[in-house]
Design a protein around this ligand. Structure first.
Ligand SMILES: *Cc1c(COP(=O)(O)O)cnc(C)c1O
Length: 395
């Protein structure tokens, strides 16, 4: 059996998104900046996609900028707020210690430019509170950037409450909503979000295309200079086909959100209950405030990398921590942030489900993980010591 359980890393494009893309690869291939009608048809398509996406987020079309994906949107959002703050003499930024690297590494770069960064510590359940944000805001704070939902452990932050705190203090609020868009209801007006990033390939759209929403009145700085596309905020001929597919994928996801959620919650909780039967393991992240498709565990006495390879042999695509950190031997910063000790953080597994996942696949995942964990533990000297009572179990 083949089971794709890494939808937090990327998703398969939906049929609807592929169909929406095709005419713009084939018939309507004009450059949207061209004045002749073949170009204008592409420009009209872009305008239509912009309106559809704006409607889904609860904002104006003019507040939408198309980007090459979530990372670029995060970079541009943070740099824009930083620049705006700097002009007013404000160079303090608040974020958390378990953001995506697109956020954390941008903040590292800004530190070298004289910005001060406060990283709020998330709880052992992987949550931050609005009170933590409120207490950290200073007169020179120019940005709060906190992710909507975490990509590794799936925890969902109290975004509307944090938005209210920021709005009251007059501090721009950015949220990396890459894991949330298309999976959770989002309304930037109601949730008082000033800047938001999303990426099409996390909701069955194509890779390499995303959105930065910036509330009217928040000027964006350019990361890419050149032509006047995106009203001068991002140069380069637009990815028309990708953008049309993204609009379609977002509509599709939003139209079926409740239905998908019900399906995923049942599978997620079945998977969690099944994996919890394995001794000496622990669920990562809050049980309730988590994405409907996210399951993340630590297993004591094993290496996540070996677990992944052995699952791959059984046809299972999964992840330990985020795709961006695989290949490095450091344990995930997210698992360290929720207080998992290094030796346990190494034995992590993230299974992220999709609407297409079936109950049979979930049962196969449970059986395979249990088997592989057993096999790995049987080979592990560390685990033998634990069983022999020569060391104490952590989990
Ligand atoms: C995937 C992801 C990103 C990066 O998006 P890309 O489109 O791959 O650049 C950023 N933030 C989070 C939370 C993600 O899951």
């Amino acid at each position: 059996m083949n089971v794709y359980a890494d939808n937090a890393a990327t998703t398969k494009m939906s049929r609807r998104a592929i169909e929406a893309m095709l005419p713009y690869l084939d018939e309507v291939y004009g450059n949207p900046s061209s004045l002749y009608s073949a170009g204008q048809r592409a420009a009209e398509a872009l305008a239509e996609a912009r309106s559809r996406i704006a409607a889904r987020l609860g904002c104006q079309p003019a507040e939408i900028t198309f980007t090459s994906g979530g990372s670029e949107a995060d970079n541009q959002a943070i740099r824009s707020a930083a620049k705006l703050g700097e002009r007013k003499g404000r160079k303090h930024i608040i974020s958390t210690n378990f953001e995506h690297h697109a956020v954390l590494h941008t903040l590292d770069a800004l530190k070298l430019e004289g910005f001060e960064v406060t990283l709020l510590e998330v709880s052992d359940k992987g949550l931050v509170t609005p009170e933590q944000v409120e207490a950290a805001i200073r007169p020179d704070t120019c940005l709060v950037t906190i992710m909507y939902a975490n990509n590794e452990i799936g925890t969902i932050q109290p975004i509307a409450e944090i938005g209210a705190v920021c709005r009251k203090a007059g501090v721009p609020f950015h949220t990396d909503a890459v894991q949330a868009a298309g999976h959770l209801p989002i309304n930037v007006a109601e949730e008082q979000i000033d800047l938001l990033s999303l990426s099409a390939h996390k909701f069955h759209g194509p890779k390499g295309v995303g959105v930065l929403y910036a509330r009217k009145g928040i000027p964006l700085v350019n990361l890419v200079y050149g032509g006047a596309q995106e009203r001068g905020r991002r140069a380069g001929t637009e990815n028309v086909a990708g953008i049309m597919a993204m609009a379609e994928a977002l509509d599709d996801a939003c139209e079926h959100m409740e239905q998908n959620r019900t399906h995923l919650l049942a599978l997620r909780d079945r998977l969690i209950a099944g994996l919890e039967q394995i001794p000496h393991c622990q669920l990562n992240g809050d049980r309730e405030h988590r994405l409907p498709g996210n399951v993340s565990f630590c297993f004591e006495g094993i290496e996540g990398e070996s677990l992944l390879l052995m699952l791959d042999d059984r046809g299972i695509s999964a992840s330990s921590g985020s795709a961006c950190t695989s290949g490095s031997l450091d344990p995930s910063h997210v698992l360290l942030a929720i207080g998992r000790p290094h030796e346990v953080a190494h034995g992590s597994l993230r299974l992220s489900l999709s609407e297409e996942t079936t109950a049979q696949e979930v049962d196969y995942l449970i059986a395979s993980v249990a088997q592989v964990v057993d096999e790995l533990r049987a080979m592990s000297p560390v685990y033998r010591d634990l069983e022999a009572g020569k060391r104490n179990y952590i989990l």
